[in-house]
Design a protein around this ligand. Structure first.
Ligand SMILES: [Ca+2]
Length: 123
């Protein structure tokens, strides 16, 4: 448990200022590209069946996976629809062009996942 964060600005809001604000072992999403805007930290790890309760459904334009697991980010809730795989401790600064897979695991190819992510699970 982090009791204090020296030198960092601490806000009462869960919003995350930038990619450096994404805590260890968390997944973070931002409404703008390049990890900008009022970011959102996934409340449960390692999966979120729906981003709707958090008001972040179909909003992410960039994301960072600050966990040791590869993660899948899905177009639909409950792991449905096309998805992108993001490796451990890495992010996607612009979701407008990503390498997508079909629900059956075959390659779909490059397309947008911008403002479409609805759920996330470990790969
Ligand atoms: Ca969606």
């Amino acid at each position: 448990m982090a009791a204090s964060v020296g030198g960092s600005m601490i806000s009462a809001s869960p919003a995350i200022a930038d990619v450096n604000g994404c805590p260890e072992q968390k997944v973070c999403l931002w409404p703008d590209t390049a990890y900008k805007g009022a970011g959102y930290q996934a409340p449960s790890w390692p999966s979120v069946s729906s981003l709707k309760p958090a008001g972040f459904n179909d909003k992410a334009s960039s994301l960072y996976n600050n966990t040791a697991l590869a993660m899948r980010f899905y177009q639909d809730e409950n792991g449905g629809g096309k998805y992108v795989i993001v490796g451990p401790y890495s992010g996607i600064a612009d979701l407008r062009t990503v390498y997508l897979y079909n629900p059956n695991g075959t390659v779909f190819g490059y397309n947008t996942l911008d403002s479409r992510i609805s759920s996330l699970y470990p790969h």
